[in-house]
Design a protein around this ligand. Structure first.
Ligand code: PMP
Length: 348
């Protein structure tokens, strides 16, 4: 398999897919006072070459499809993605010479659209909204139809492909093990397809049974909370329960309001120098709430899935925030806002 492992000694890579992985893990210091006497770390998957963790899934799934003969020279990769997985596939497709078609919807940000096209991917758009105000089901249907009708078409189907978690069992989990060994008390992970959570759980749970695994979703999504409501967040959240998510592995879950998540993103930028994606705001809010419940000296790692540049025209744009009814919590009130977050009692 082509992803690099930290043990690799050379800096030379044969192509961009071999430059995926081995990202830094940084300690948070100033974003909330709890960071002073707890060890709160953020694993910066935003430092992957295209800016997100999903390049790992893209590389591993394409490698597997090539090995299985599902994807051959001249083939077409088709996927439903609101952004990062599409970009990951566009990168791998460009590097290996495949045509890439990404099915998007109205929530796909202008930055993601431009990025996908810049890598040479084609966009297919859906507009049918389901009862929950989501277009995810329509996207999956269109991707399925395209894969059936285009000769040489391959649809990785991140939501239903049981191999989706493999990248994280094979690589992300081992990177965490290399960094922390047994000296980690909790790992906080955003959830959508469940790929990260299930892959991490598969490798880490049997080896580190004391490690708490914490799932994070956005308010309005039905992954942990059966009450659907419209939400603007992309990256985390789903309008159905993800078949790839290992609910049994999750010790605790959080369903974070968007306003807190976006406020945390701004606080991370201004107090830590970290301009990160919207789901990271939810993940860090949950991780810091968890830290508040744990003894001083506890070690908590959170996974940052993507970079903030994709969101400059949404959550980092004051006009977008205002137009969508979000009022940022001032940085000095973040400690209290984090304290008020609730743990979701029955995530299963
Ligand atoms: N955050 C962001 C920004 C993402 O793009 C994704 C993947 N959609 C996630 C979190 C959740 O990851 P997973 O699909 O592996 O559950």
């Amino acid at each position: 398999m082509n992803l690099i492992l930290p043990a690799q000694t050379t800096r030379l890579r044969e192509d961009i897919t071999q430059a995926v992985g081995d990202v830094p893990i940084v300690r948070l210091r100033r974003v909330a006072s709890i960071c002073q006497n707890h060890f709160c770390y953020l694993k910066l998957e935003s430092c992957n070459p295209g800016g997100s963790i999903k390049e790992k899934n893209a590389t591993v799934l394409v490698n597997q499809a090539e090995e299985a003969g599902l994807l051959r020279h001249g083939g077409t990769i088709i996927e439903s993605s609101s952004g990062n997985f599409g970009v990951g596939l566009a990168i791998v497709g460009a590097a290996r010479g495949y045509r890439v078609i990404i099915v998007v919807d109205a929530k796909t940000t202008p930055a993601f659209r431009r990025m996908l096209k810049a890598y040479g991917a084609e966009l297919a758009e859906v507009s049918e909204v389901d009862a929950n105000g989501s277009m995810q089901k329509a996207r999956i249907e269109l991707a399925t139809r395209l894969a059936e009708s285009i000769p040489g078409g391959w649809y990785p189907c991140q939501h239903y492909n049981p191999n989706n978690p493999d990248a994280h069992a094979l690589f992300t989990a081992r990177e965490i093990e290399d960094a922390f060994g047994a000296r980690l008390d909790a790992l906080v992970v955003g959830v959508s397809t469940g790929g990260q959570m299930s892959g991490l759980a598969r490798y880490l749970k049997p080896r580190y049974p004391h490690l708490q695994l914490i799932g994070v979703d956005v308010k309005g999504s039905v992954i942990f909370d059966p009450a659907p409501a419209p939400y603007k967040m992309t990256g985390i959240g789903l309008s159905f329960r993800p078949p790839n998510l290992d609910y049994e592995a999750i010790d605790k879950a959080y369903v974070v309001p968007e306003n807190l998540a976006y406020s945390m993103c701004h606080a991370l930028a201004q107090r830590e120098g970290l301009l990160l994606g919207s789901s990271t705001g939810a993940i860090v809010s949950a991780g810091l709430h968890l830290a508040q419940q744990m003894p001083a000296g506890s070690r908590i790692a959170m996974i940052n899935p993507d970079r903030g540049d994709r969101y400059l025209e949404t959550i980092y744009d004051p006009e977008w925030l205002q137009a969508n009814g979000f009022t940022l919590i001032p940085a000095e009130h973040m400690d209290i806002a984090i304290e008020q977050l609730c743990i979701c009692e029955s995530p299963r």
